[in-house]
Design a protein around this ligand. Structure first.
Ligand SMILES: Cc1ncc(COP(=O)(O)O)c(C=O)c1O
Length: 397
């Protein structure tokens, strides 16, 4: 039977990593893969995570299965991070969280629950969006449609076009919105735009599905939540896929959660029970370690303070690199890159041509994705001059 299978080509970004590894140029820079890197170019384990891990190792007494919803403290922590510790939505039981294997697991379980409620639901994705949204949502039989989002010519969100397209939605449609640090563009909705989108959700009746994979990496933990919190105050129902891969650096531990908001606590519990049942059909229950780490950190004031400091450092480092790059380009007379300063998180489109992307790779061993998405977090004070010089030469070549 298995001999009938065809091999599937590697994900292009993973292919880029493989090419990078093989490259022997001592100046090579990998700005492809979407993980945070520190000043030394490595993806560190946060100190708060190390400390929480030690504590868990000392106190953990069993490796028996977790309950279906996962680590209880993790689910509580997730709701507090998303909605704020004093949120009335939490107090009233209107929001519920089920742990999932990373943001991917959360997106997929959310999609499974939507499809159980209404098979073949249309889900609207921003154009462009994170490529993995398509298989995650289509794999649960949702029908993906796209709404215009990033205008490459203007290096900005085309909000009017987005709203025009979403005015075609109706009750029973789902609209996926990136919570902050839009991947791949780095261009985020303003609070006013979140409010306008919420007005439209109320008018048209669609259900928002927020992908919160970068909370804390745009402007700050609380600031980044403003948009979806404002929306959650007003819409009758909403889903959020939360990921701790980036803001806790827990990538391989697969820590995430699918969160449901309804206006009736029993209904919220029903949605959670469907999520647990959907997970039972795929992997039964989530892994413990990442959730236990997040639960331990958020429930300990000293560890939480430590984590917040480190999260701030990460964000400030990325934003510092954004400014440093644009300063260098400005100084060389290439003043058209100001959008990189104001975009958020790890990614921005450089907006150069395909040939220029290829030239960066072939002549300078600088690796960015073909779409021109670059991971700003791959820049450090040791490689930024080389990167800026290479880019300038390519722009002028
Ligand atoms: C937009 C977006 N959503 C969700 C995820 C899911 O992350 P994970 O499954 O690693 O938690 C990512 C990771 O890159 C992402 O960029």
């Amino acid at each position: 039977m298995l001999e009938q299978l065809q091999s599937i080509p590697a994900d292009p970004i993973l292919g880029l990593s493989a090419a990078f590894k093989k490259d022997t140029n001592p100046n090579k820079i990998d700005l492809g893969v979407g993980v945070y890197k520190d000043e030394s170019g490595s993806t560190p384990i946060m100190r708060a995570v190390k400390l929480a891990t030690e504590r868990i190792q000392q106190t953990e007494t069993s490796k028996t299965y977790l309950p279906q919803a996962g680590v209880a403290e993790f689910n509580t922590a997730t709701l507090e991070l998303l909605f704020g510790a004093d949120s009335a939505l939490i107090k009233d039981g209107l929001v519920g969280s089920v742990q999932a294997p990373g943001g991917c697991g959360a997106l997929r379980i959310g999609a499974e629950v939507i499809n159980r409620s209404q098979p073949g639901t249309r889900v609207w994705l921003s154009n462009p969006s994170w490529p993995n949204h398509y298989p995650l949502l289509e794999g649960a039989d949702l029908k993906v449609h796209e709404y215009p989002y990033y205008d490459h010519a203007n290096h900005a969100i085309d909000f009017d076009a987005m709203m025009r397209a979403l005015a075609e939605t109706g009750p029973g449609d789902v609209v996926l919105v990136h919570g902050c640090c839009h991947n791949p563009s780095g261009a985020d909705l303003s609070l006013e735009q979140w409010q306008a989108l919420t007005d439209l959700a109320l008018q048209r009746g669609f259900t928002p599905f927020v992908d919160a994979a970068y909370q804390g990496l745009a402007h700050g933990l609380e600031e980044d939540a403003r948009g979806w919190r404002a929306m959650a105050e007003r819409v009758p129902e909403m889903l959020i896929a939360s990921s701790c891969s980036k803001n806790f650096g827990l990538y391989r531990e697969r820590a995430g959660a699918i969160v449901f908001l309804t206006r009736d606590s029993e209904q919220t519990q029903i949605a959670c029970s469907q999520a647990m049942n959907a997970a039972r059909q795929i992997y039964s229950m989530p892994p413990s370690h990442g959730g236990a780490i997040v639960g331990t950190i958020i429930n300990d004031p000293a560890l939480k303070a430590q984590w917040l400091t480190e999260l701030d450092e990460m964000r400030e480092r990325i934003n510092g690199m954004r400014d440093a790059l644009v300063d260098r380009l400005d100084a060389a007379g290439h003043t058209g890159f100001q959008f990189i300063r104001t975009e958020n998180g790890m990614f921005s489109f450089l907006g150069i041509s395909e040939q220029q992307v290829q030239k960066l790779r072939d002549d300078y061993a600088v690796y960015i994705v073909d779409s021109t998405r670059m991971n700003i977090a791959g820049l450090t004070s040791s490689n930024i001059d080389y990167f800026a010089d290479s880019l300038i030469k390519v722009l002028e070549g």
